[in-house]
Design a binder for this molecule. Structure first.
Ligand code: GDP
Ligand code: IMO
Ligand code: MG
Length: 433
């Protein structure tokens, strides 16, 4: 048998030369912890704004899942920026932006966004899939087809694009054929796309990283502060969301590990972003939805239009069943409660606290969509504050009824609220501790 012993060059970084007696000690030293920002409802909670706030302190800001179906808005000095693939934090820092293997990267979109943002691009992982520009699926970004071919193992990755282009072209043609047979009306200009991809390959070559080694070095080398920006949200998660009306990736905390290649013990703070009411884009059950003047008021005051699709967002009261469920899956260490100011005009504010099915209270968030459609929501009604909170900059500036609302949410979810959003801009975020 030929010698199979690993030479020191074959060992993963950080393990070279350690004596067996020190292995346990080394294993205990797990490196830095990443800070994670995740959506706790059906998306558009204000993740971009929270990431922008935390980004001043970060060395690396990364995306771990989703694609350009995400739409994150940041408002700084009156100027509005929207991000779909690049992490939102990049406008205000010198941090490096990294796009993990769990993301489907639409390359033209990536470059377009980089151009719009003073050429601050993002380094994609070799293992990420360059998503097709198919214009199909619910957000018309080809997210479903891209993740489907990844799971079917017929997909192509950035590392394939950067190796033998003839081989890549053959596989790309097969993939396009596969997509065309799934979506017969789809027209794909295969030769044109290949030509463009060849151009993109040369542009991204110097930016691409082997994500596993990159993250390992970031966690274990010279200390780096790493911020992870979740896309989509808990209830859009392919496993834990309101299936089948979900996206195609894990938008909960597990997606951070699989989408970046980092171990769970390197997850530090997990901030859940919660809108002070609930919105949803597209179809699917929505127990606290208000198809009435309350829903219209939330929609118009909250400017609830999709950043990516331009669709009107459906609106309703805050739902604590959802938040408790999202917390069970994600283990939030604190919450950011955004858009409190949108509730300023209300005489009273309702909060969904429990569900009933056929007249009986159910102690769980139903997995089955037909059941979720049928639940009856039990509400608590809290007094409104009928005052403008947009100028509030500290806890004491908030009306007592607004403080009461925040404490009510904290107590029912069992997680402290660390930030309260009272406006679009970066400075209209009250930090509570
Ligand atoms: P994301 O997808 O979670 O990043 O959220 P989006 O950017 O899609 O949607 C959130 C919208 O609410 C954006 O237009 C933000 O500018 C806006 N926003 C965020 N926080 C607040 C807030 O506290 N108050 C108000 N009025 N708007 C906010
Ligand atoms: P951010 O990151 C709101 C919704 C879509 C659609 C369904 C599936 O901005 O919070 P897909 O693109 O996967 O085919 O979409 O999920 N959806 C979102 N809604 N915010 C998002 O992301 C969303 N990402 C996906 O509207 O109904
Ligand atoms: Mg959004």
């Amino acid at each position: 048998m030929s010698g199979t012993r690993a030479s020191s060059n074959d060992r993963p970084p950080g393990t070279g030369g350690i004596k067996r007696g020190r292995l346990q000690q080394e294993a205990a030293a797990t490196g830095s912890r990443v800070t994670v920002v995740l959506g706790a409802q059906w998306g558009d909670e204000g993740k971009g704004k929270v990431v922008d706030l935390l980004a001043t302190d970060a060395d690396i800001i990364s995306r771990c899942q989703g694609g350009n179906n995400a739409g994150h808005t940041v408002v700084v000095d009156g100027r509005e920026y929207d991000f779909h693939l690049l992490p939102s934090g990049i406008i205000n820092t010198k941090a490096l932006s990294f796009i993990g293997n769990g993301v489907v990267v639409h390359l033209p979109g990536l470059f377009e966004e980089a151009e719009k943002n003073e050429k601050k691009g993002g380094c994609p992982s070799l293992r990420a899939h360059p998503g097709p520009a198919l214009g199909i699926g619910t957000t018309r970004k080809g997210i479903g087809p891209a993740y489907s071919s990844k799971a079917a193992r017929t997909g192509l990755r950035i590392c394939d694009l950067l190796s033998d282009f003839d081989e890549f072209s053959t596989r790309f043609k097969n993939l396009a054929h596969q997509h065309q047979s799934m979506f017969p009306t789809l027209e794909v200009d295969v030769e044109g796309q290949l030509k463009r991809l060849k151009g993109f390959a040369e542009r991204i070559r110097p930016m691409v990283r082997d994500g596993v080694y990159f993250m390992y070095e970031a966690l274990h080398g010279t200390p780096k502060k790493i911020l992870v920006e979740g896309a989509n949200a808990a209830l859009l998660d392919i496993d834990f969301g309101t299936y089948p009306f979900v996206t195609s990736s894990n938008c909960t905390v597990g997606g951070v590990c699989t989408g970046l290649g980092i171990p769970p013990q390197n997850i530090g703070e997990v901030y859940g972003v919660v809108k002070a009411y609930t919105t949803r884009v597209g179809i699917g059950a929505f127990p606290t939805e208000q198809i009435n003047e309350i829903g219209d008021l939330l929609q118009s005051r909250g400017h609830e239009w999709g950043v990516t699709t331009g669709r009107k967002r459906r609106c309703g009261w805050l739902d604590l069943m959802i938040l408790r469920y999202a917390h069970m899956v994600n283990g939030f260490t604190a919450l950011a409660l955004t858009k409190l100011d949108i509730l300023d005009a209300l005489d009273e504010v309702k909060v969904g606290v429990s569900y009933k099915l056929n007249g009986k209270r159910i102690p769980y968030f139903p997995a089955n969509q037909e059941i979720l459609q049928k639940v009856e929501v039990e509400y608590e009604t809290l007094p409104g504050w009928k005052a403008d909170t947009t100028g509030a900059r500290k806890w004491e500036d908030l009306p007592p009824q607004a403080q009461n609302y925040i404490r009510f949410v904290e107590n029912h979810v069992g997680v402290a609220v660390k930030w309260v959003g009272v406006g679009k801009s970066r400075d209209s975020m009250i930090q509570l501790f």
